[in-house]
Design a protein around this ligand. Sequence first.
Ligand SMILES: Cc1cc2nc3c(=O)[nH]c(=O)nc-3n(C[C@H](O)[C@H](O)[C@H](O)COP(=O)(O)O)c2cc1C
Length: 343
Amino acid sequence: MGDAEGIGLWAASAPVVGAPMAGGASTPELVAAVGAAGGTGFLAGGYATPEALAEQIARTRGLTGRPFGVNLFVPGPDDADPDAVAAYARTIAPEADALLAPLGEPRWSDDAYPAKLDLLRSDPVPVVSFTFGVPAPADASALRAAGSAIVVTVTTLDEARAAVEAGADALVVQGAEAGGHQGSFDDAEERTAPLLDLLAEVRAEVRLPLIAAGGIGDAAAVRKVLAHGAAAAQVGTALLRSPESGASDTHKQALADEVFPGTAVTRAFSGRRARGLVNRFLGSYTAEAPAAYPQVHYLTGPMRKAAAREGDADRLHLWAGTAYRSAEERPAADIVRDLAEGA
Ligand SMILES: Cc1cc2nc3c(=O)[nH]c(=O)nc-3n(C[C@H](O)[C@H](O)[C@H](O)COP(=O)(O)O)c2cc1C
């Protein structure tokens, strides 16, 4: 696929992109449902083994003939402070104990990024998107030579410039309202730019198609980002409660539970800033959580798995964007059609 065709994806009949959501929410069924409504779905390569990702790609192809994308996490440096991680492990140990879960081994990992790139080079998909950084020039050119369009998530104008430099065909412009991890290349500073401000800033300088993400929950919000120069709107939280979403029932129910007062950004669950519903764990440990991704992700993993299984919404990462109250329990294709209405 050349650039023009890749860019044409964002002008699909519904200018809505189903966000990649790692950890189980993005399923082949969800990708197919987004495609059935004329949008573009994404599989989440983050945390998946290359084998599991290959299987998801094959299953998606069996369910839909529509173009779809695969998202990868660009690995960061192995620079977490082991003492800070050990201190945090001691602090949160009682929470894991309460669920009879062990603490996980806090290790660095490249998330099998090179093997996933190999997979996508040998078995290309229409779009490959990157989060937490830019692909190396050689990797980007190999993927483009294989026929994939390249998309990079950015949270600042500087990141947008770096993505252009790296040869991106389109950018996901992620505002501070977004659910899940902030896609920043560097997690040192919290990204606080609201989506429309960031979009205007990037639009003024960058000529690539921009996919706006963060806090988009209804058709009016989609129309607004399109009016501000976006080629499409990317939604994550809006799809989480659909039957096609693989989010846990505990997560799905929490999104509709009035007990949660809102969302906040925290490193408490993974060691990297992410927005989720304010539950007890987030409220108790955000101040102490170190900048240590993915070490803290692995440390809290068994506790979070047990919490999801046991229906314990207070010890689970309940990723959610600011518009989570509009997330509905409806088929994903209906949600996408409604979001695209009037666009
Ligand atoms: C549960 C969940 C998991 C996510 N996982 C990923 C991911 O694997 N890769 C990625 O680029 N973005 C991920 N995101 C962020 C989305 O791509 C997108 O920026 C965000 O969902 C947009 O904000 P919204 O949730 O308010 O719609 C995730 C978001 C959520 C809610």
